[in-house]
Design a protein around this ligand. Structure first.
Ligand code: UT7
Length: 323
């Protein structure tokens, strides 16, 4: 294990072309734009086209991340894909992405930590690279959550959307020792699995199932779990909330993000919010938000960036990155 850190070299993202607004949704399910905006901050979500699979979204985001770094697939030797909506039960979606990107070498596997998947994937890739198990990783969060929804259940179907985001991670240069992933904290407590789950799966029902959620229960635990891991990585690195330039949270519900921001004492202008544009895209939400804030010039080299997520399992995690 080296003392050097892994850096995030670039970001990329992809959202399917089709946009489904709250108003459109209210025509088919008993809900309203007003209720959805007030309770969640969501205004619209993107829906993958027929035949467009999670691996297509993941490969598109991955290609953009590589382009933004001036890299080609030959430069990557590890693909880690966080997803809860794999193309198939097996093989791993990462393997299909590997094929779509034309990569024959290296290794590719999926991470399943639901909405926390991307933070888990960053932590995993960070450990792999620091241990010499790969030189450069394409770390992806990608979901076609729309395929897991019961479109008659208004308590869940209004909340989710499809999308993908990706980062290229590699070892930092000795000339820039301050840059990189400073610390990651990952947590889970499986006693909460039945608060947010699918009512099916290959082993239990031999079917896929649909998302089922006790929304209030998830909400009740979310802020505490988020702040728990944020404080942990701050403590591990000797930083304080005041040191943060950007807080890039999982985009599930604006009220949860606002609640965490208030509890942490974060000024709202340091919080990146994109949930209004793409709803909860599970493992894709953090890299989608990162991509937005990097592309619009908010996140710059040298900034201190906290990413965090919480979701099914329950799982939760945070990572502090010197950009
Ligand atoms: O990544 C983690 C993934 N999950 C989450 O982050 C979700 C966490 N939970 C939440 O975001 C919120 O709990 C929800 C947005 C899901 C719900 O908000 P809430 O303020 O907890 O509302 P509620 O469940 O208490 O429902 C309030 C009312 C109920 O009606 P009654 O019983 O008061 O008459 C619901 O039936 O709103 C009703 N309702 C709806 N009304 C219109 C529930 N869903 C809808 C809907 N449109 N889509």
């Amino acid at each position: 294990m080296t003392d050097r850190k892994t850096i995030i070299r670039s970001v990329g993202a992809y959202l399917p072309a089709r946009i489904l607004t709250n108003e459109e949704l209210a025509k088919t399910v008993d809900t309203s734009d007003e209720w959805i905006v007030q309770r969640t901050g969501i205004r619209q979500r993107h829906i993958a086209a027929e035949g467009e699979n999670t691996s297509d979204l993941a490969a598109a985001a991955g290609r953009r991340a590589m382009e933004n770094a001036g890299l080609e697939i030959g430069d990557i030797d590890l693909i880690v894909c966080a997803t809860t909506t794999p193309d198939m039960t097996f093989p791993a979606t990462a393997a299909i992405v590997q094929q779509k990107l034309g990569m024959h070498h290296g290794a590719a596997f999926d991470i399943q930590a639901v909405c926390s998947g991307f933070v888990y994937a960053v932590g995993t890739a960070d450990s792999f690279l620091k241990n010499g198990m790969g030189k450069r990783a394409l770390v992806i969060g990608a979901e076609t959550a729309s395929r897991l929804l019961d479109w008659n259940d208004r308590t869940t179907c209004v909340l989710f959307g499809d999308g993908a985001g990706a980062v290229v991670m590699e070892m930092g240069k000795p000339s820039e020792p301050e840059r990189g992933v400073l610390a990651t904290a990952l947590r889970s407590d499986g006693h909460f699995w039945n608060k947010l789950y699918t009512d099916g799966g290959p082993s239990s029902t031999q079917s896929m199932g649909h998302v089922r959620m006790e929304g209030k229960e998830v909400f009740k635990h979310a802020v505490g779990m988020i702040t728990d891991v944020v404080y942990k990585v701050l403590e591990d690195t000797g930083h304080t909330i005041e040191d943060l330039d950007w807080f890039v949270p999982h985009q599930a519900n604006k009220r949860i993000i606002d609640g965490a921001g208030v509890k942490l004492g974060l000024p709202p202008e340091k919080v990146v919010i994109t949930v209004d544009r793409h709803a909860n895209t599970s493992a894709a939400s953090v890299p989608l938000a990162l991509n937005t804030a990097v592309a619009d010039g908010r996140i710059k080299r040298g900034d201190l960036v906290m990413i965090e997520a919480m979701g099914g399992g329950f799982t939760w995690g945070a990572s502090l990155i010197r950009w």
